[in-house]
Structures are given as structure tokens and as C-alpha cells.
Design a protein around this ligand. Structure first.
Ligand SMILES: NC(=O)c1ccc[n+]([C@@H]2O[C@H](COP(=O)([O-])OP(=O)(O)OC[C@H]3O[C@@H](n4cnc5c(N)ncnc54)[C@H](OP(=O)(O)O)[C@@H]3O)[C@@H](O)[C@H]2O)c1
Length: 177
């Protein structure tokens, strides 16, 4: 199973504008279309409870959306097994579990805490990062503040509009830990 981390960020690495969690207020139409396609065409999606809570997503039989939380019981009223699940396992346990179930792709769609917990354990195969030509100065980064030393290799990059929004794909270089 391939694990892919998906984000849209500014040139200064911000995934939110100032304190506002509404990403669609500043991401390009091209990125929104790309993300919608990814969302619609992939079965297994992983998200952190903070990102979910901002805009609770309805269950959909075409997806298994797994929300990572250390308190799954808090979210019981939202749960629909096989469609929208709340799980407290570690990133490593989730990767092992869904790999064994035969999924080919796991899309990790944020936010920063969840991304960092997968990156820290070298569980991400690729980063698909849309870079919007903007600078916000203040906002969340797509990793939380801690010492990391992760090397990546650019697989592809494409400018998709006249402002120069870039769709990039990077492979994570795994090192022995
Ligand atoms: N620009 C983009 O592409 C993009 C994409 C996604 C999100 N975002 C933004 O990111 C922000 C949210 O990110 P966030 O970092 O605050 O939250 P997050 O990563 O969405 O969720 C973090 C929460 O997940 C739970 N959790 C469960 N297992 C965990 C683990 N192993 N490691 C860490 N957390 C774990 C914890 O909450 P409990 O255990 O208490 O439930 C934790 O507080 C929002 O502002 C959203 O708009 C941007």
C-alpha cells in the first residue's frame, strides 16, 4: 500500500491563513478541483480530529474516512462503520491494518499533527504538495514544530495557472532509524 500526504501550502509553507482554518478561501480553483478529484476517486482517507471537527464530513459509501483521535467515544454519534470511523491506533498500526486489508493507497489529508506523526515514523511514501504563490507570514505549517530531518526527491512539478500555482509530487527518502 502506498501512503501519500496531501497538502496545499503557500510559498512560506503555511497551510492556513493567519488563524483562519478555511483553506478554500485562498487556495486556487485548480487545487480545489485536484483535491475534489482525489477525494472522489480514492477509497481510504485519513484525517486528524481537529481537521474533521472544523467541518464534519458526511459518511459516504464510496469512502472509508478514518478520523484519528485518542477519544473515539466522543465521536460515536458521527460514526458509520465502513464509511466514517474514529480510531485511536498509532500511524504504524493503521498502515499495517489497512495494508493487510488490501488497500492500494492511503491518502493522509491533514492536518499538521497527523502529518507529523506519520512523517516522524517514516510512514509516508509520497508528498503531493500544491504550492500557491502567496506568503501569509502567520499560519500553521504542515508539520508541527519539532526537530525533523527528512529528505525528499522531486518526482514531478507542473504549473497549472497563470499565477504559477504548482502541483508537486515528492518521494520521501527512507533512512534507517
Ligand atoms: N492546507 C491544507 O492542505 C490543510 C489540510 C488539512 C488541514 N488543514 C488545516 O490544519 C488545521 C488542523 O491541523 P491540526 O494539526 O491542528 O490538527 P489535526 O492534525 O487535524 O488533528 C490533530 C488531532 O488528532 C488527534 N490525534 C489522534 N492521533 C494522533 C496522533 N498520532 N498524533 C497527533 N494527533 C493525533 C488529536 O486529537 P484528539 O485525540 O484529542 O481527538 C490531535 O489533537 C486546520 O486549521 C485545517 O484547516 C490544512
Amino acid at each position: 500500500m502506498k501512503t501519500v500526504l496531501v497538502f496545499v501550502s503557500t510559498l512560506d509553507g503555511k497551510i492556513t491563513k493567519w488563524g483562519d482554518p478555511n483553506v478554500k478561501s485562498w487556495s486556487s480553483k485548480e487545487d480545489q478541483n485536484f483535491f475534489n478529484k482525489l477525494w472522489n476517486n480514492n477509497r481510504l482517507l485519513i484525517m486528524g480530529s481537529n481537521t474533521f471537527y472544523l467541518d464534519p464530513i458526511k459518511p459516504n459509501p464510496n469512502h472509508l474516512l478514518v478520523i484519528m483521535t485518542r477519544q473515539p467515544s466522543t465521536y460515536k454519534s458521527y460514526e458509520v462503520l465502513g464509511q466514517l470511523e474514529f480510531r485511536s491506533e498509532s500511524p504504524g498500526q493503521l498502515v499495517e491494518h489497512y495494508d493487510k486489508e488490501g488497500h492500494e493507497l492511503m491518502l493522509i489529508v491533514g492536518g499538521a499533527h497527523i502529518a507529523t506523526s506519520f512523517l516522524r515514523e517514516q510512514l509516508v511514501d509520497e508528498l503531493w504538495l500544491t504550492i500557491e504563490p502567496k506568503i501569509f507570514g502567520i499560519g500553521c505549517n504542515f508539520v508541527t514544530e519539532e526537530k525533523l530531518d527528512i529528505k525528499l526527491e522531486l518526482l514531478s512539478s507542473e504549473s497549472v495557472n497563470k499565477q504559477g500555482t504548482l502541483f508537486t509530487k515528492y518521494a520521501l527518502i527512507k533512512e534507517h532509524i
